[in-house]
Ligand binder design. Structure first.
Ligand code: SF4
Length: 127
């Protein structure tokens, strides 16, 4: 992501852009970062989030090796609060870029699932 984009969405946050969280609609799945932590989605693996207060609260309880199963992480009060806050438009900085409501055209991410054996498009997410 270019610094121009970073600047743009940081500015947007102060104007209160509405979020359309893809993680709450099943359009983006969980991910794992290179420190072995469960993260809400691949888009949240963003260096700006390392300095984000909301994200900093989430990461200490997200180390996969310290839990028996992923559900144990998702059941923590930190993750429940994270998801609740998304619905209230409270989120780490990266979310305001990745899931800003009302994106259109080239700004939008479309997730496509392709069968690796046949090349057949199995599922094409909403555009
Ligand atoms: S960027 Fe934020 S709101 Fe969007 S899917 Fe990821 S965690 Fe959810």
């Amino acid at each position: 992501m270019s610094d121009l984009y970073r600047y743009a969405y940081m500015e947007d946050k102060h104007k209160g852009p509405k979020l359309d969280p893809k993680c709450l609609k099943g359009e983006l799945g969980f991910a794992v970062d290179n420190r072995g932590r469960l993260i809400p989605c691949c888009k949240s693996d963003d260096k700006n989030n390392d300095y984000d207060e909301i994200f900093q609260k989430l990461m200490p309880v997200s180390v996969i090796s310290r839990n028996n199963k992923i559900e144990d992480i998702l059941e923590t009060k930190e993750w429940k609060a994270f998801h609740r806050n998304l619905l209230k438009n409270i989120a780490p900085n990266a979310c305001y870029y990745a899931c800003k409501a009302g994106k259109s055209g080239l700004e939008k991410q479309v997730n496509t699932t392709i069968d690796p054996n046949t090349g057949e498009v199995k599922d094409k997410g909403p555009e």
